[in-house]
Ligand binder design. Structure first.
Ligand code: BYC
Length: 502
């Protein structure tokens, strides 16, 4: 891999075409757009050139980011990858596809367009104009939210760095790298906010975002799920389905923030996030499809010997990733969540579409608890139950993918079905932490848990057997035997296209 730094000159879509290059033109924007300036060293649509001090500070951070990417980004050397790059932030025509050497990818700072009439839409400041600067009294809370969000982005790149070595196809490898470069850009998004609005301590936090590392013993990432290893491609698909979906919901609440620059940056991040979840939904679906085919063909779930992943193992991976992702919502009852809401920093999912007073004083909500060894509920002020409110929205959305995967089983004429485990299963955060709950919701003692846990969570044996199937397939149009090919390629390109070149 060449080790050039980001060049201030041509954008990827203007790069010299190489043999076999496909330069798909971006659709002509029809909606309101705000063009991104690619002539800058750091592409942006925030008029960075108009603030020399900020520009210099970010240009000082840029080489550290590039070093981090070289050291902890994708470990497999490639020549170029068919990638999507943002060129505008409006509703239509914001992306351009082209072959790009990954180290020349133009990470930049893109905020959705500003609505000059935007208001704070919830909490005690409801109705005030949205803030263009950080309110002094909320400075440390806001910084914390931005740091937690920012910390997850590079963490996922670190977790996924070796997956290219075992990609089931060039199509899948390209999708992995697309996810990775965009997570890198989402780190830029948070670093911009820290640099632009939080002065010296913001700059220090930005440094720390590159110093904490996933799984590091002394300096781990902040949230649990981002210190787990992404051991193989089935984990990756589960991660992009379940954990990226947490990202969607958390970004959805930050998009409601009264702090307008945060709202606008999250709004644009959400556009990119959709592809990540597509990778997860279809990745698991294609795995299930192949599994169903092999089960049908051989009349057994024990399909290791035929090169497939047994459905029972897919269920265990699902159980694991769903439960660690549920932990990312924090405790069911949280005074932090109440404070963020009341002060207008973090709203609810689809805040403005909710039919209530958007202040929630005096309202209550039932939250689950375990009492006297049984499942029960407790009524608490709704303001303190907002982590649960969001988690419920998330869990309902997770059901949609499971339905889709089960359709594959039904289409194959099989009786078996996948399901989401009980919300209390395998939890380390919140009311269920410290209890053993089975996937069907029974509360268990230590012995019963130990006896059965190997049927519910991937064992080291399961992971080793999945790892054996992870043999790279780098020929154009070639796919590993444990996964079905997709029905269509990327950006109308054929499935059999050399999406990655070495
Ligand atoms: N691990 O009051 P509580 C994404 C801490 S993913 C470790 O219930 P709160 C992405 C908590 O910090 C989305 N610690 O928590 C996906 C608190 O500590 P302090 C990421 C945890 O504050 C894929 C204490 O426990 N974005 O974008 O209401 C690829 C008490 O907890 C955990 C965000 O999360 C945990 N899981 O809620 C790439 C949005 N949970 O204050 C990217 C920003 C809780 O006592 N973050 N704790 O020291 C937040 O909104 C909130 O911080 C949380 C926690 C929802 C995470």
């Amino acid at each position: 891999m060449t080790t050039t730094q980001q060049s201030p000159t041509p954008p990827p879509h203007a790069s010299t075409p190489q043999s076999g290059t496909v330069t798909g033109e971006a659709p002509t924007p029809t909606g309101p757009t705000s063009k991104i300036d690619y002539s800058e060293k750091i592409p942006n649509n925030v008029n960075l050139a108009g603030d020399r001090k900020l520009q210099r500070a970010l240009e000082g951070w840029q080489p550290k980011f590039i070093d981090w990417w070289k050291n902890l980004g994708p470990s497999i050397p490639t020549h170029d990858v068919y990638l999507r790059t943002a060129i505008a932030v409006g509703r239509d025509g914001w992306a351009h596809f082209d072959r790009v050497p990954m180290e020349d990818y133009r990470w930049g700072i893109f905020l959705a367009e500003q609505d000059p009439d935007r208001k704070v839409n919830f909490g005690d400041k409801k109705g005030e104009p949205a803030w263009q600067e950080v309110p002094g009294e909320h400075r440390s809370d806001l910084r914390r939210l931005i740091v937690v969000q920012g910390d997850t982005e590079p963490a996922s790149v670190e977790q996924q760095r070796h997956l290219g070595m075992t990609a089931p196809s060039l199509y899948d490898m390209r999708n992995l790298f697309q996810v990775n470069v965009e997570e890198g850009r989402h780190l830029w998004a948070m670093v911009y906010l820290l640099h632009a609005y939080f002065g010296k301590d913001g700059r220090e936090e930005a440094e720390q975002l590159l110093k904490r590392n996933s799984g590091d013993f002394d300096s781990p990432r902040i949230l649990g799920a981002f210190n787990e290893e992404t051991t193989d491609w089935l984990s990756f698909f589960m991660f992009t389905y379940f954990t990226d979906r947490d990202g969607k919901y958390q970004l959805g609440t930050l998009k409601e923030s009264g702090f307008d620059p945060l709202a606008r940056t999250c709004e644009f991040m959400l556009k990119e996030e959709a592809h990540h979840m597509f990778v997860g939904t279809t990745g698991v679906q294609r795995t299930v499809q192949r599994t169903a085919e092999l089960m049908k063909q051989h009349g057994t779930d024990d399909i290791w010997q035929y090169g497939g992943i047994p459905l029972s193992v897919i269920q265990k991976y699902l159980n694991f990733q769903f439960s660690v992702s549920m932990d990312l919502f924090g405790s069911e009852t949280s005074s932090n969540a109440a404070a963020y809401y009341t002060s207008g920093l973090k709203g609810r999912w689809m805040e403005t579409r909710r039919k209530d007073d958007h202040q929630l004083h005096g309202l209550t909500m039932d939250v689950p608890i375990i009492e006297g060894g049984r499942m029960a509920t407790k009524t608490v002020p709704m303001l303190t139950a907002l982590n649960l409110d969001l988690r419920n929205e998330y869990a309902a959305d997770c059901e949609n993918g499971v339905k889709r995967w089960n359709q594959e089983l039904e289409d194959a004429g099989l009786e078996e079905r996948l399901f989401l485990p009980h919300q209390g299963f395998n939890r380390k955060v919140g009311t269920f932490a410290g209890h053993h709950v089975s996937p069907s919701g029974e509360i268990l003692d230590d012995a019963a848990w130990e006896k059965n846990v190997g049927d519910w969570l991937p064992t080291s044996d399961d992971r080793a057997q999945v790892a054996e199937l992870m043999v790279p397939h780098y020929d154009t149009g070639d796919f590993a035997g444990w996964i079905s090919p997709p029905s269509v390629g990327i950006n109308s390109m054929p499935v059999e296209y050399d999406y990655v070149r070495f």
